[in-house]
Design a protein around this ligand. Structure first.
Ligand SMILES: Cc1cc2nc3c(=O)[nH]c(=O)nc-3n(C[C@H](O)[C@H](O)[C@H](O)COP(=O)(O)O)c2cc1C
Length: 323
Protein backbone atom coordinates (compact mmCIF):
# COMPACT_ATOMS: atom_id res chain seq x y z
CA UNK A 1 0.00 0.00 0.00
CA UNK A 2 1.14 3.53 -0.75
CA UNK A 3 0.28 6.35 1.64
CA UNK A 4 -0.20 9.97 0.58
CA UNK A 5 -0.57 13.06 2.75
CA UNK A 6 -3.71 14.94 1.70
CA UNK A 7 -3.51 18.63 0.91
CA UNK A 8 -4.92 20.73 3.76
CA UNK A 9 -4.96 24.47 3.31
CA UNK A 10 -3.19 26.27 6.15
CA UNK A 11 -1.99 23.00 7.68
CA UNK A 12 0.15 20.92 5.31
CA UNK A 13 2.48 23.82 4.50
CA UNK A 14 6.00 23.21 3.23
CA UNK A 15 7.20 23.70 6.81
CA UNK A 16 4.80 21.02 8.03
CA UNK A 17 5.59 18.63 5.16
CA UNK A 18 9.35 18.86 5.64
CA UNK A 19 9.18 18.51 9.40
CA UNK A 20 6.82 15.55 9.27
CA UNK A 21 9.14 13.96 6.70
CA UNK A 22 12.15 14.51 8.96
CA UNK A 23 10.57 12.88 12.02
CA UNK A 24 8.14 10.33 10.53
CA UNK A 25 9.41 9.21 7.19
CA UNK A 26 6.59 6.95 5.92
CA UNK A 27 4.71 9.05 3.36
CA UNK A 28 5.06 8.26 -0.35
CA UNK A 29 3.64 11.53 -1.72
CA UNK A 30 2.94 14.92 -0.21
CA UNK A 31 0.30 17.11 -1.89
CA UNK A 32 0.49 20.86 -1.44
CA UNK A 33 -2.62 22.79 -0.47
CA UNK A 34 -4.15 24.24 -3.64
CA UNK A 35 -2.59 27.10 -5.51
CA UNK A 36 -5.11 29.12 -7.52
CA UNK A 37 -4.62 29.45 -11.27
CA UNK A 38 -6.22 32.88 -11.65
CA UNK A 39 -7.14 34.81 -14.80
CA UNK A 40 -4.16 37.13 -14.35
CA UNK A 41 -1.77 34.16 -14.29
CA UNK A 42 0.04 35.14 -11.12
CA UNK A 43 0.70 33.20 -7.95
CA UNK A 44 0.44 34.77 -4.52
CA UNK A 45 3.68 35.08 -2.56
CA UNK A 46 2.68 32.44 -0.02
CA UNK A 47 1.82 30.05 -2.88
CA UNK A 48 5.21 30.69 -4.48
CA UNK A 49 6.95 30.02 -1.17
CA UNK A 50 5.01 26.80 -0.68
CA UNK A 51 5.84 25.25 -4.05
CA UNK A 52 9.33 26.75 -4.42
CA UNK A 53 11.46 23.74 -5.40
CA UNK A 54 14.17 24.52 -2.83
CA UNK A 55 11.56 24.25 -0.08
CA UNK A 56 10.53 20.80 -1.23
CA UNK A 57 13.77 18.86 -1.57
CA UNK A 58 14.15 15.24 -0.51
CA UNK A 59 10.46 14.37 -0.47
CA UNK A 60 8.01 13.64 -3.29
CA UNK A 61 5.81 16.71 -3.57
CA UNK A 62 2.86 17.19 -5.91
CA UNK A 63 1.61 20.76 -6.30
CA UNK A 64 -2.17 20.98 -6.39
CA UNK A 65 -3.93 23.43 -8.70
CA UNK A 66 -7.38 24.96 -8.48
CA UNK A 67 -8.54 26.14 -11.92
CA UNK A 68 -11.75 26.68 -13.86
CA UNK A 69 -10.40 27.05 -17.39
CA UNK A 70 -7.83 25.34 -19.56
CA UNK A 71 -5.65 28.41 -20.21
CA UNK A 72 -5.12 29.10 -16.52
CA UNK A 73 -4.58 25.41 -15.80
CA UNK A 74 -2.03 25.00 -18.60
CA UNK A 75 -0.21 28.10 -17.39
CA UNK A 76 -0.05 26.72 -13.82
CA UNK A 77 1.17 23.32 -15.04
CA UNK A 78 3.92 25.00 -17.09
CA UNK A 79 4.84 27.14 -14.08
CA UNK A 80 5.19 24.01 -11.92
CA UNK A 81 7.35 22.40 -14.60
CA UNK A 82 9.54 25.51 -14.73
CA UNK A 83 10.03 25.17 -10.97
CA UNK A 84 11.18 21.56 -11.36
CA UNK A 85 8.05 19.41 -10.86
CA UNK A 86 6.96 16.54 -13.11
CA UNK A 87 3.54 15.85 -11.63
CA UNK A 88 0.67 18.13 -10.63
CA UNK A 89 -2.80 17.52 -9.27
CA UNK A 90 -6.06 19.19 -10.26
CA UNK A 91 -8.46 19.92 -7.41
CA UNK A 92 -12.02 18.93 -8.33
CA UNK A 93 -13.03 18.37 -4.74
CA UNK A 94 -12.97 21.60 -2.76
CA UNK A 95 -16.50 22.13 -1.30
CA UNK A 96 -15.97 25.65 0.05
CA UNK A 97 -18.77 27.96 -1.21
CA UNK A 98 -16.32 30.74 -2.14
CA UNK A 99 -14.49 28.28 -4.40
CA UNK A 100 -17.53 26.41 -5.75
CA UNK A 101 -19.39 29.58 -6.80
CA UNK A 102 -16.41 30.46 -9.02
CA UNK A 103 -16.80 27.04 -10.65
CA UNK A 104 -13.54 25.85 -9.18
CA UNK A 105 -12.88 22.73 -7.10
CA UNK A 106 -15.97 20.55 -6.87
CA UNK A 107 -17.84 23.45 -8.54
CA UNK A 108 -16.50 22.10 -11.85
CA UNK A 109 -18.57 18.94 -11.35
CA UNK A 110 -21.79 20.87 -12.01
CA UNK A 111 -21.11 21.13 -15.74
CA UNK A 112 -19.52 17.98 -17.10
CA UNK A 113 -19.36 19.39 -20.65
CA UNK A 114 -17.27 22.33 -19.46
CA UNK A 115 -15.07 19.96 -17.45
CA UNK A 116 -14.61 17.75 -20.50
CA UNK A 117 -13.63 20.75 -22.63
CA UNK A 118 -11.15 21.95 -20.02
CA UNK A 119 -9.49 18.53 -19.76
CA UNK A 120 -9.50 18.05 -23.53
CA UNK A 121 -7.71 21.34 -24.16
CA UNK A 122 -5.36 20.83 -21.24
CA UNK A 123 -4.22 17.40 -22.40
CA UNK A 124 -3.77 18.65 -25.97
CA UNK A 125 -1.48 21.41 -24.66
CA UNK A 126 0.17 19.42 -21.85
CA UNK A 127 3.86 20.32 -21.59
CA UNK A 128 6.02 17.31 -22.43
CA UNK A 129 7.23 15.39 -19.42
CA UNK A 130 4.37 16.58 -17.17
CA UNK A 131 1.70 14.32 -15.75
CA UNK A 132 -1.62 15.30 -14.24
CA UNK A 133 -3.67 13.55 -11.59
CA UNK A 134 -7.12 14.57 -10.36
CA UNK A 135 -8.56 14.68 -6.85
CA UNK A 136 -12.33 14.53 -7.19
CA UNK A 137 -15.57 14.38 -5.29
CA UNK A 138 -18.46 12.54 -6.94
CA UNK A 139 -20.92 15.36 -7.58
CA UNK A 140 -22.37 18.56 -6.20
CA UNK A 141 -25.89 17.81 -4.97
CA UNK A 142 -25.56 14.03 -4.96
CA UNK A 143 -23.42 11.24 -6.39
CA UNK A 144 -25.82 10.14 -9.13
CA UNK A 145 -23.39 11.09 -11.94
CA UNK A 146 -20.56 8.89 -10.68
CA UNK A 147 -20.60 6.55 -13.70
CA UNK A 148 -20.70 9.42 -16.20
CA UNK A 149 -17.89 11.18 -14.36
CA UNK A 150 -15.69 8.07 -14.44
CA UNK A 151 -16.33 7.67 -18.18
CA UNK A 152 -15.32 11.29 -18.68
CA UNK A 153 -12.07 10.78 -16.75
CA UNK A 154 -11.41 7.56 -18.71
CA UNK A 155 -10.89 9.68 -21.84
CA UNK A 156 -7.73 11.26 -20.42
CA UNK A 157 -4.30 9.86 -19.48
CA UNK A 158 -4.39 10.81 -15.80
CA UNK A 159 -1.44 9.62 -13.74
CA UNK A 160 -3.84 8.80 -10.88
CA UNK A 161 -7.42 9.46 -9.90
CA UNK A 162 -7.89 10.29 -6.23
CA UNK A 163 -11.49 9.78 -5.20
CA UNK A 164 -13.04 11.39 -2.15
CA UNK A 165 -16.45 9.70 -2.31
CA UNK A 166 -18.62 12.52 -1.08
CA UNK A 167 -20.56 15.20 -2.95
CA UNK A 168 -20.03 18.92 -2.35
CA UNK A 169 -23.03 19.14 -0.04
CA UNK A 170 -21.58 16.46 2.24
CA UNK A 171 -18.65 18.71 3.12
CA UNK A 172 -16.40 16.67 5.49
CA UNK A 173 -18.85 15.51 8.13
CA UNK A 174 -21.34 13.30 6.30
CA UNK A 175 -20.44 9.63 5.84
CA UNK A 176 -18.40 8.69 2.79
CA UNK A 177 -20.34 6.88 0.03
CA UNK A 178 -18.48 3.59 -0.23
CA UNK A 179 -21.12 2.13 -2.56
CA UNK A 180 -20.37 4.92 -5.04
CA UNK A 181 -16.65 4.38 -4.54
CA UNK A 182 -17.16 0.72 -5.48
CA UNK A 183 -19.02 1.83 -8.62
CA UNK A 184 -16.24 4.29 -9.49
CA UNK A 185 -13.63 1.54 -9.08
CA UNK A 186 -15.59 -0.70 -11.38
CA UNK A 187 -16.07 1.98 -14.06
CA UNK A 188 -12.65 3.62 -14.00
CA UNK A 189 -9.62 2.66 -16.09
CA UNK A 190 -7.31 4.67 -13.85
CA UNK A 191 -5.07 3.91 -10.91
CA UNK A 192 -7.43 4.80 -8.09
CA UNK A 193 -6.34 6.40 -4.84
CA UNK A 194 -8.90 6.41 -2.04
CA UNK A 195 -9.39 9.39 0.28
CA UNK A 196 -11.80 9.94 3.16
CA UNK A 197 -12.18 9.09 6.84
CA UNK A 198 -9.14 6.88 7.24
CA UNK A 199 -8.47 8.28 10.67
CA UNK A 200 -6.97 5.43 12.68
CA UNK A 201 -5.68 1.87 12.24
CA UNK A 202 -9.19 0.47 12.57
CA UNK A 203 -10.66 2.57 9.75
CA UNK A 204 -7.66 1.74 7.57
CA UNK A 205 -8.12 -2.00 8.15
CA UNK A 206 -11.86 -1.76 7.47
CA UNK A 207 -11.20 0.01 4.19
CA UNK A 208 -8.44 -2.37 3.12
CA UNK A 209 -10.57 -5.42 3.90
CA UNK A 210 -13.40 -4.05 1.76
CA UNK A 211 -11.23 -2.82 -1.13
CA UNK A 212 -8.05 -4.94 -1.22
CA UNK A 213 -7.50 -4.03 -4.88
CA UNK A 214 -6.83 -0.35 -4.02
CA UNK A 215 -3.09 0.22 -3.87
CA UNK A 216 -2.87 3.78 -2.53
CA UNK A 217 -4.70 5.80 0.10
CA UNK A 218 -4.54 9.51 0.83
CA UNK A 219 -5.02 10.58 4.43
CA UNK A 220 -5.59 14.07 5.80
CA UNK A 221 -7.01 14.63 9.26
CA UNK A 222 -5.92 11.20 10.49
CA UNK A 223 -2.28 12.00 9.76
CA UNK A 224 -2.50 15.43 11.35
CA UNK A 225 -3.95 13.75 14.44
CA UNK A 226 -1.21 11.12 14.44
CA UNK A 227 1.76 11.98 12.22
CA UNK A 228 3.10 8.45 12.73
CA UNK A 229 -0.16 6.69 11.83
CA UNK A 230 1.33 5.02 8.76
CA UNK A 231 4.01 3.43 10.93
CA UNK A 232 1.35 2.17 13.32
CA UNK A 233 -0.61 0.72 10.40
CA UNK A 234 2.54 -0.99 9.10
CA UNK A 235 4.01 -2.26 12.38
CA UNK A 236 1.42 -1.97 15.14
CA UNK A 237 3.77 0.31 17.12
CA UNK A 238 2.33 3.56 18.42
CA UNK A 239 4.05 6.91 18.06
CA UNK A 240 7.02 7.65 20.33
CA UNK A 241 6.09 10.54 22.65
CA UNK A 242 9.61 11.97 22.70
CA UNK A 243 9.77 12.07 18.92
CA UNK A 244 6.35 13.72 18.80
CA UNK A 245 7.50 16.36 21.29
CA UNK A 246 10.67 17.07 19.31
CA UNK A 247 8.60 17.30 16.10
CA UNK A 248 6.17 19.80 17.64
CA UNK A 249 8.94 21.93 19.14
CA UNK A 250 10.83 22.10 15.86
CA UNK A 251 7.64 22.97 14.00
CA UNK A 252 7.00 25.81 16.44
CA UNK A 253 10.52 27.18 16.05
CA UNK A 254 10.35 27.05 12.25
CA UNK A 255 6.94 28.71 12.08
CA UNK A 256 8.06 31.41 14.49
CA UNK A 257 10.68 32.50 11.99
CA UNK A 258 8.73 31.82 8.80
CA UNK A 259 5.27 33.16 9.56
CA UNK A 260 6.33 36.19 11.44
CA UNK A 261 5.92 36.01 15.13
CA UNK A 262 4.74 34.06 18.10
CA UNK A 263 1.07 35.04 17.90
CA UNK A 264 0.56 33.57 14.42
CA UNK A 265 2.67 30.57 15.33
CA UNK A 266 0.51 29.90 18.37
CA UNK A 267 -2.60 30.00 16.18
CA UNK A 268 -1.09 27.53 13.73
CA UNK A 269 0.00 25.14 16.47
CA UNK A 270 -3.35 25.31 18.25
CA UNK A 271 -5.06 24.39 14.98
CA UNK A 272 -2.94 21.23 14.97
CA UNK A 273 -4.01 20.46 18.53
CA UNK A 274 -7.63 20.37 17.36
CA UNK A 275 -6.65 17.12 15.63
CA UNK A 276 -3.72 15.98 17.80
CA UNK A 277 -5.78 15.71 20.97
CA UNK A 278 -7.48 12.56 19.67
CA UNK A 279 -4.14 10.77 19.87
CA UNK A 280 -4.16 10.98 23.68
CA UNK A 281 -6.04 9.88 26.74
CA UNK A 282 -5.88 13.17 28.63
CA UNK A 283 -7.30 15.51 31.25
CA UNK A 284 -9.24 18.41 29.74
CA UNK A 285 -7.48 20.90 32.01
CA UNK A 286 -4.10 19.89 30.55
CA UNK A 287 -5.28 20.52 27.00
CA UNK A 288 -6.80 23.85 28.07
CA UNK A 289 -3.36 25.02 29.18
CA UNK A 290 -2.08 24.51 25.64
CA UNK A 291 -5.06 26.20 24.03
CA UNK A 292 -4.89 29.17 26.40
CA UNK A 293 -1.13 29.74 26.15
CA UNK A 294 -0.25 33.23 24.95
CA UNK A 295 3.52 33.09 25.03
CA UNK A 296 6.10 30.74 23.61
CA UNK A 297 7.26 29.76 27.12
CA UNK A 298 3.73 28.97 28.32
CA UNK A 299 2.92 27.04 25.15
CA UNK A 300 6.08 24.94 25.23
CA UNK A 301 5.73 24.24 28.95
CA UNK A 302 2.07 23.24 28.49
CA UNK A 303 2.88 20.94 25.56
CA UNK A 304 5.80 19.34 27.39
CA UNK A 305 3.62 18.75 30.44
CA UNK A 306 0.66 17.46 28.40
CA UNK A 307 2.78 14.95 26.52
CA UNK A 308 4.56 13.76 29.66
CA UNK A 309 1.39 13.10 31.69
CA UNK A 310 -1.05 12.00 28.94
CA UNK A 311 -1.02 8.51 27.53
CA UNK A 312 -1.01 7.78 23.82
CA UNK A 313 -4.28 5.99 23.07
CA UNK A 314 -2.99 2.52 22.15
CA UNK A 315 -6.26 1.33 20.59
CA UNK A 316 -6.67 0.73 16.89
CA UNK A 317 -10.09 2.38 17.07
CA UNK A 318 -9.60 5.77 18.69
CA UNK A 319 -12.24 8.20 19.93
CA UNK A 320 -11.92 10.63 17.06
CA UNK A 321 -14.00 13.71 17.86
CA UNK A 322 -13.79 15.12 14.31
CA UNK A 323 -14.82 11.86 12.62
C1 LIG B 1 -8.72 22.33 6.95
C2 LIG B 1 -8.79 21.56 5.65
C3 LIG B 1 -8.15 22.06 4.52
C4 LIG B 1 -8.21 21.35 3.30
N1 LIG B 1 -7.56 21.83 2.20
C5 LIG B 1 -7.60 21.12 1.03
C6 LIG B 1 -6.89 21.55 -0.14
O1 LIG B 1 -6.18 22.57 -0.16
N2 LIG B 1 -7.00 20.78 -1.26
C7 LIG B 1 -7.75 19.63 -1.29
O2 LIG B 1 -7.81 18.94 -2.32
N3 LIG B 1 -8.40 19.20 -0.20
C8 LIG B 1 -8.34 19.90 0.95
N4 LIG B 1 -8.97 19.42 2.05
C9 LIG B 1 -9.60 18.09 1.99
C10 LIG B 1 -8.59 16.99 2.38
O3 LIG B 1 -7.53 16.93 1.47
C11 LIG B 1 -9.29 15.62 2.42
O4 LIG B 1 -9.85 15.37 1.16
C12 LIG B 1 -10.40 15.57 3.47
O5 LIG B 1 -9.93 16.05 4.72
C13 LIG B 1 -10.90 14.13 3.63
O6 LIG B 1 -9.83 13.27 3.95
P1 LIG B 1 -9.56 12.79 5.48
O7 LIG B 1 -10.85 12.18 5.96
O8 LIG B 1 -8.43 11.81 5.36
O9 LIG B 1 -9.22 14.01 6.27
C14 LIG B 1 -8.93 20.12 3.25
C15 LIG B 1 -9.57 19.64 4.40
C16 LIG B 1 -9.51 20.34 5.58
C17 LIG B 1 -10.22 19.77 6.80
Amino acid sequence: MKFYLAPMEGITTYTYRNTVHKYFDHIDKYYTPFIVATQNLRLKNNEKRDICFDHNQGLYVVPQILANNADALIWAIAECQRLGYHEVNLNLGCPSPTVVTKRRGSGMLGDLNALDEMLDRTFKMMPQGMSLSIKTRLGIEDTSHTRELMHLYNKYPLSELIIHPRCTKDYYKKPVHLDDFALALQESNHEIVYNGNILDVYSYKQFHAQFPQVKAVMMGRGLIADPDLVHQIQTGEVIDKEVLLAFLMELFDLYKVRIDGVRNTLMKMKELWFYLQSLFIFEKKDLKKILKARTEEDYKAAVTYFISVSEIDPREKRDIHFR
